[in-house]
Design a binder for this molecule. Structure first.
Ligand code: GRG
Length: 259
C-alpha cells in the first residue's frame, strides 16, 4: 500500500480536490484527508490496471509495478485495502466536517458511484471487452470519460462538497472536471507515442495494438480535441470569476504536460 501510494506520481486528482475546496473557502484541513482518499482510489486503480490480467505493465512511476515488486497476491490485497481505506477516510472526514448541504452518505455515495460499474470499473470493463473494429470516437469517449474521467469528476466534486459549496457551484465543478478528465486521457494517449519511459515513468508504446484517440484522430487531431475540451473546461469556470485561476492552471498543466 505504501509503495503504491507514495511513489513519485503527479497527484493531479488530489490537487484538484484541494484546489476546488480552497476555491470555496473550505475552512478545515480535513479536506486534506478527502484528497488523500482520492489518491488512494487512484493508486488502487493503477495497481489493478497494471496486473497481467489487464494491462500487463512493468513500469509505473519509474519503478517496477506493484505485482512485479510484491507478487500478484499482495498487489490485489493492497489494491483492495487502499480502496477500503479511501471509503473509511471519506466517511470519517465527512462526519468531522459537519456540513450543512451534504451528508456523509452523499460523499460516500458519490465516490462509490464514480468507482463502480457506472464509473471507473464500467469504463475499464468496456475497454477490456471491446474489439478494436467496434471502437469509434463516441465509444472511445464513453470508455475514457468513465475509466479516467469519473475519478477527476469525483475529485472535483468531493472538494466542492467538503467545502459545503452550493449545488450550482458543484455543477460548475462537475462540468470542468469532466472535460479535464477526458483531456487528461487524450494527453496520456499522446504521451504514449511521443514521450519516453524516462519522461513518463511508465512503459510507452503500450497502446500500439489498442484503439486510442491518437489512432482515431492522429497526433494533431488528438491535440486539437484535448485543447477543445480544455477550452470548454475553462469556459465553464466563468461563473466563478478570477478566484478559479488555480483550476485554469490545472487545465493548462494537462495541456502541456510531459509526464
Ligand atoms: C476499483 C478503483 C478501482 C478501479 C478498477 C482498473 C480499473 C477499474 C480502472 C483503471 C483506471 C485507470 C488506471 C485509468 C487510467 C487513467 C490514467 C491516465 C492514469 C495515469 O494517471 P497519472 O498520469 O499517473 O495521473 P500518476 O502516476 O502521475 O499518478
Amino acid at each position: 500500500m505504501h509503495y503504491a501510494l507514495t511513489g513519485p506520481g503527479k497527484r493531479v486528482r488530489p490537487v484538484l480536490t484541494l484546489a476546488v475546496a480552497e476555491l470555496f473557502d473550505a475552512g478545515s484541513d480535513v479536506v486534506l484527508d478527502v484528497a488523500c482518499a482520492v489518491e488512494m482510489v487512484h493508486a488502487c486503480s493503477l495497481i489493478l490496471d497494471d496486473l497481467p490480467a489487464m494491462d500487463d505493465a512493468r513500469l509505473r512511476r519509474g519503478r517496477p509495478t506493484v505485482h512485479l515488486a510484491f507478487g500478484e497476491d499482495v498487489a490485489l490485497l493492497a489494491a483492495l485495502a487502499l480502496l477500503n481505506r479511501a471509503y473509511a477516510l471519506v466517511a470519517a472526514s465527512a462526519q468531522r466536517l459537519s456540513l450543512k448541504r451534504y451528508t456523509a452518505e452523499d460523499m460516500i455515495h458519490h465516490l462509490a458511484a464514480a468507482i463502480g460499474s457506472g464509473g471507473l470499473i464500467g469504463g475499464q470493463a468496456l475497454d477490456l471487452e471491446s474489439r478494436p473494429e467496434d471502437l469509434d470516437l463516441t465509444t472511445l469517449e464513453y470508455i475514457h470519460s468513465h475509466k479516467t474521467g469519473a475519478l477527476f469528476m469525483a475529485a472535483g466534486e468531493l472538494g466542492a462538497m467538503a467545502a459545503d459549496a452550493r449545488r450550482r457551484d458543484l455543477e460548475v465543478i462537475s462540468r470542468f472536471a469532466k472535460n479535464v478528465g477526458l483531456a487528461f486521457q487524450i494527453s496520456d494517449d499522446l504521451l504514449d507515442v511521443l514521450a519516453s519511459p524516462e519522461e513518463t515513468g511508465k512503459d510507452t508504446g503500450k497502446d500500439a495494438d489498442k484503439v486510442t484517440f491518437v489512432k482515431l484522430l492522429g497526433v494533431d487531431g488528438a491535440r486539437t480535441l484535448a485543447a477543445e475540451l480544455l477550452g470548454f473546461a475553462v469556459e465553464s469556470l466563468a461563473p466563478l470569476g478570477r478566484k478559479a485561476e488555480p483550476l485554469r492552471q490545472i487545465a493548462r498543466f494537462v495541456q502541456h504536460r510531459r509526464r
